[in-house]
Ligand binder design. Structure first.
Ligand SMILES: Cc1cc2nc3c(=O)[nH]c(=O)nc-3n(C[C@H](O)[C@H](O)[C@H](O)COP(=O)(O)OP(=O)(O)OC[C@H]3O[C@@H](n4cnc5c(N)ncnc54)[C@H](O)[C@@H]3O)c2cc1C
Length: 236
C-alpha cells in the first residue's frame, strides 16, 4: 500500500488487494481496523480509482475527533496492511454504457466516487459537468487532474464537454472570481445541464449537502429516477 496527500486534510491510500474482482465507478469498500487489544472499527470508503487502475485508491478526509479517519490520514504508512471488504454498492454506480451527459456534484470528500466516474467518462468522451464544493482552494483535491480533463475536453470534438466548477464556501484566494457560497438553486441552474439534456445526476457528500443539491435538482425539473445520491455522514 502507498499513500499520497491530496490536501492538508485528505490523503489517498493506494491498496493492492489480492484477488480484487474489479469494481464499478461509484462503489465503495468497508475498511476494518483491528487494534492490538482486539477492538475493531469499520468504516466505508468510496473507490476513487477507475475500474482499470492497477491499485484501489481510497481518498480519506480527516474528521477531527473521528475514530478511524485521522488514523488513515495521519498514521497509516506505505506497506501497512488492513482488511477491506468489497467492492460494495450497486445503486450509486456509473459506467460508460450508462451514457451521459453526467452532472456530478461533490461536497468535500464526496469527490472520491465522482473521481472514479470522471476517470471513466473523460477517456470515453462522455460529457460531464462537475460542481465541487470545498471550504477553500487548498481543500480542493484533484485540481490538476480535473484541470487536465477540462483541457482535454476542450481539445476534443465535443468542445467544452468536460467542465469543472468550484465553489469555495469559507475562504477564497485573492482575485477568486468563482462561486463563494453553498450550492443553491441559482448555482445549480447555471451549472447543471438543463433537464431537457436529460443528464444522469450523481450527488455525493455530507448529508446536508446531498439533500440541498438533490432537492434543488428536483425543483429544477430533473426527474427523481435520474438523480442518485450517496451520503457520507450525519452533518452538513
Ligand atoms: C458509502 C460511504 C462511502 C464513504 N466514502 C468516504 C470517502 O471516500 N472518503 C471519506 O473521507 N469518507 C467517506 N465516508 C465516510 C466514512 O465512512 C466515515 O464516516 C468518516 O471517515 C468518519 O469516520 P471516523 O471514524 O473518523 O469518525 P467517527 O468516529 O465515526 O465520527 C466522529 C464524529 O463525526 C460524525 N461524522 C461521522 N462521519 C461523518 C461525516 N462523513 N461527515 C461529518 N460528520 C461525520 C459522527 O457523527 C461523530 O460525531 C463514506 C461513508 C459512506 C457511508
Amino acid at each position: 500500500m502507498g499513500t499520497q496527500a491530496r490536501t492538508p486534510s485528505m490523503r489517498s491510500l493506494f491498496l493492492r488487494v489480492p484477488g480484487w474482482p474489479g469494481h464499478r465507478a461509484g462503489q465503495h469498500v468497508d475498511v476494518r481496523l483491528t487494534a492490538e487489544d482486539g477492538y475493531r472499527a469499520e468504516r466505508s470508503y468510496s473507490i476513487a480509482s477507475a475500474p482499470d487502475a492497477p491499485l484501489v485508491e481510497l481518498a480519506v478526509e480527516r474528521l477531527e475527533g473521528g475514530e478511524v479517519s485521522p488514523y488513515l490520514v495521519d498514521e497509516v504508512r506505505a506497506g501497512d496492511r488492513f482488511e477491506v471488504r468489497g467492492p460494495l454498492g450497486g445503486y450509486f454506480v456509473w459506467g460508460a454504457a450508462d451514457g451521459g451527459p453526467l452532472f456530478l456534484a461533490a461536497g468535500g470528500s464526496g469527490i472520491a466516487p465522482l473521481m472514479a466516474m470522471v476517470r471513466v467518462a473523460a477517456p470515453a468522451g462522455v460529457p460531464f459537468r462537475l460542481l465541487y464544493s470545498c471550504r477553500s482552494l487548498t481543500e480542493a483535491a484533484y485540481r490538476e487532474q480535473l484541470a487536465g480533463m477540462e483541457r482535454a475536453g476542450s481539445a476534443h470534438a465535443l468542445t467544452g464537454s468536460m467542465e469543472v466548477r468550484l465553489t469555495l464556501t469559507r475562504t477564497q484566494p485573492a482575485g477568486w472570481d468563482g462561486y463563494r457560497r453553498r450550492v443553491d438553486l441559482a448555482m445549480l441552474a447555471e451549472v447543471a445541464w438543463p433537464p431537457a439534456a436529460a443528464p444522469l445526476c450523481y450527488v455525493c457528500g455530507p448529508s446536508g449537502f446531498v439533500a440541498a443539491v438533490a432537492d434543488g435538482l428536483a425543483a429544477l425539473g430533473h426527474p427523481a429516477e435520474r438523480i442518485r445520491t450517496e451520503r457520507f455522514g450525519p452533518t452538513g
